[in-house]
Ligand binder design. Structure first.
Ligand SMILES: [Zn+2]
Length: 72
C-alpha cells in the first residue's frame, strides 16, 4: 500500500493519509492533484496537500503522473 517504509511510518504517525479525496471532507484540500496520498496538517479541521511524489523514495504517487507516464 505504501511505496516505502518511511512513507508507511509517516502514515502510522498521522502525517500522511492514504485515502480517496472524497473521504477527506472534514478538512481543506490545498491542491488539485489527482492522488490518494496527502500530507495532513493541523488537528480538528486539517489541511491536506496532495503528493505527486513520495518525498522519501521519489516514486510517483498521483494519477496525473501515472497517466503521463502511460502516454510515453
Ligand atoms: Zn516512498
Amino acid at each position: 500500500m505504501f511505496c516505502c517504509d518511511l512513507l508507511g511510518e509517516m502514515a502510522s504517525r498521522g502525517f500522511v493519509v492514504h485515502e480517496p479525496i472524497h473521504k477527506l471532507a472534514n478538512g481543506r484540500i490545498l491542491t488539485e492533484i489527482d492522488t490518494d496520498y496527502f500530507f495532513q496538517f493541523g488537528g480538528e479541521r486539517p489541511s491536506y496537500a496532495g503528493l505527486h511524489y513520495c518525498p522519501f523514495c521519489g516514486r510517483s504517487l498521483s494519477r496525473e503522473l501515472w497517466n503521463r507516464e502511460k502516454k510515453k
